[in-house]
Design a protein. Structure first.
Lengths: 265, 265, 265, 265
């Protein structure tokens, strides 16, 4: 399935600032980048800051004054429907450290603090069924409420607040999963048909020796998400990390499923 | 310089548990493993769980009942004296993501919360001199006090508590460094001449395109430390992560600088 | 019903310290002090520090070295069975400030943070029935676990931890009640038949223009509790507040229902 | 000195709500109410909710739709200049419980958590001099910054944030004072010559057997402040506590020192 993306961000930087951008789609087996481009206006040099490819592509920008950032892409998403029901957990002792790190508590996902609740509520099920039970609990107990949380809100806060946005839903599911021994990480994504259109955040859980997408907000379909970056929690996947002060003037995200088009020649 | 290590841990596991071990010395240019061995008694199979080699070697163990773990090693440490005075910072836009991740706040190192203080107290200096100023402030304002903190204590807690152990000293220096734009990470280590002998935790800061060791407790010498694992904070470098319940019965750490000996043939 | 109390505390004070004692039973309509005495060994002067009589009787002690404190009392408890089922709430605008203060969040009872959960879980019921629903939820979801919490644990912590002791049970019920508009406060008490015998902490809720006792641990009977002090949370009702350092060497609490005895003449 | 007050608040209540008002000046020896009136438009009944007179006068209001609240008063403030330099502390064992309660930590004043710093920084001085040292430290280390804090910010937060408004300055000084054994409480006030005019929050410390005003922001003069309410921290002295949802549309505070005028006959 072909997904067409345009994300535009207009910021004003009062002083020169370094900015780390995480806007480009990940290149991976389940999402082929047909074409993409990150455009800065006025034209400005970008410096690649990539780490492990599958955790996201990143670039440095030096910014001052009015900056318009535009990312346009066409991505062929081939992962098909995601169904984790019945998938077994990978035995813990078969996990390598690249996966183990997603078992540990992190700043916004205090899985250790939420473990007593998770154990009392979710014991019995395993693997994919366990994760689906957690997602169901979140669906029933958390209300999607823009403005109810902020960038310092943690999963433990959300557990009390019972409201939040995609970031908070993801932190909750990740925390529950880790508390019950399932490695889980956060993924930023472009999602077709989000209403209103926006950057999205979802979850990946490690089951049966692979990462599997799941959107605890149920606002997007895992089959047509385009992943941008993966990390322990919101700390790692911010689409812009600004070292300085800036003001967001305007933001526009358009993501849609399209018929494949011939590329410009 | 040749460092000889013996670390022995005697635990009782009431029920079978998976245990992730991070006890082995890192293999790197500045510390050559002459010989080492991780011995489990009663004999039990270990499974390697390594990630990136320079972040530490890890193994899985399945444990039940009384377990004696012993790590013995001889390591040739060649790094020589560490002197960061005068070292310049790497310009931020030259950092790759493998280093950038150590600029971000983490669970026990809330560099964002400590930034206002760091900026008001440490502005002016740069690079290695800046880090030495921070270490000096910690030396003057934090009192080494076993028992004053626990495994949930964060840098922000220590900033108020003014007491702590090596773990807390490291979290403070890491937080200050990140707050001022210097990538910093936590390193577990074997240190000769610690009194009392124990596992140790120190800091690495990224200056002049390389990691440099610094011990904010001033209890060990950076030149003869043997590094075990590196990570964002205490979460990543625990020498034993126990998935279950266990009781520490006894622990013995002996680390000393020795004359090189011929290896057994 | 006649309740006989003996509480003995043996402390060692390494240095001279001021100690605020809150050990004596409250004098009130529902509990008549037949006889009581607070004895310090070696003999030492006490200074009364009483505030409003119904919030508890307090005394200052100057302590150094080994101190044995003994409180002995016989109290006629006349309140009879407590049954709050069906009791109406007092309309808020009829509350005076002496009661209103127990509607506000306090340090260990973050009723504002727990309000979203309380509203989602307890809406519908009112007054005494509402409070009983909350107590039932606590009974079903919190496990009495000595050692699981400490003196800094708050109701929000307990909400996640799902374990605690009488202090934590009380903080939870108080927080839920305040969150739903029912004034609630914490009461220290001597309780017959506690197993093991100890100081106890329970709750009073304001319903139908009066305070009503309720023990969310269900370990004591409200009808034979002897109240010691009342306050917003654990901060206000500590049986000993020590301004300095001391070590508890021994503690013994015996509380029993007895046949009335003739007083010594 | 005659102080003339007008405070007007325009709120919109989307639904009927109970509102607890704490807007009227305290009647006390050092501030004589010459005349005052609390006016609700459209006209609406108020219900007195007073507690101890010296902690403030409070009223209940039932509100719906647009409400204009106006408090007008003339108050003769006779306390004269406040100078706490050299004032001795009251020996702890002479404190009654009405004062002792202001020695304890409270929700926004975590004096226990700030005690290590306070002890390391302020030891040596006593009584009024100690409090002045604390106020000086706050003056030098905290920057008055509207918008930097919010209604959940605690003294421990401000200690890290190094910025705040009158509420935060008061919480810091109260916490330091309590940590060092000086009872301290928070006082809401009308202050002439504030720029911009607003409700104000200051501190009272217990020295030499009496409460003494001190404004850690240094924006107002203690000699012409008109006290409204006193309590443990911001929890107790909010000028409006709204049980429901409302929107502040406009607020206007005018406080000035005037020549005494004959009262209307």
């Amino acid at each position: 399935m072909r997904v067409k993306i345009q994300a535009s961000l207009n910021y004003h930087f009062y002083q020169p600032a370094d900015v780390l951008l995480s806007l480009e789609a990940i290149r991976s087996q389940d999402q082929l980048i047909v074409s993409d481009q990150l455009i800065v206006t006025p034209p400005s040099a970008l410096t690649r800051a990539d780490g492990p490819e599958l955790l996201g592509r990143r670039q440095w920008m030096r910014a001052h004054g009015d900056i318009l950032l535009t990312y346009v892409a066409q991505v062929e998403v081939t992962r098909g429907p995601v169904n984790i029901a019945g998938l077994p957990e990978t035995p813990r002792r078969e996990l390598s450290y690249d996966v183990i790190r997603y078992l540990m508590p992190s700043r916004y996902c205090e899985s250790d603090r939420l473990a007593p609740f998770a154990e009392s509520r979710f014991s019995g099920a395993h693997g994919g069924d366990l994760v689906l039970n957690m997602a169901q609990w979140i669906h029933e107990n958390i209300t999607y409420t823009p403005g109810a949380s902020n960038e310092t809100t943690t999963a433990a806060d959300t557990f009390m607040l019972r409201r939040g946005v995609c970031r908070d839903y993801a932190h909750m599911l990740i925390s529950f999963a880790r508390a019950m021994g399932v490695p889980a990480r956060m993924v930023s994504a472009y999602a077709p048909a989000l209403d209103p259109p926006d950057f999205h955040a979802v979850v990946e859980v490690w089951l049966s020796n692979a990462w599997h997408l799941i959107d605890p907000t149920r606002m997007a379909s895992e089959s047509n998400l385009v992943r941008i970056a993966a990390g322990r929690d919101a700390t790692d996947i911010s689409f812009m990390t600004i070292f300085g002060m800036a003001e967001l003037r305007d933001q526009w995200v358009a993501v849609s499923v399209v018929a494949p088009e011939p590329l410009p020649t």
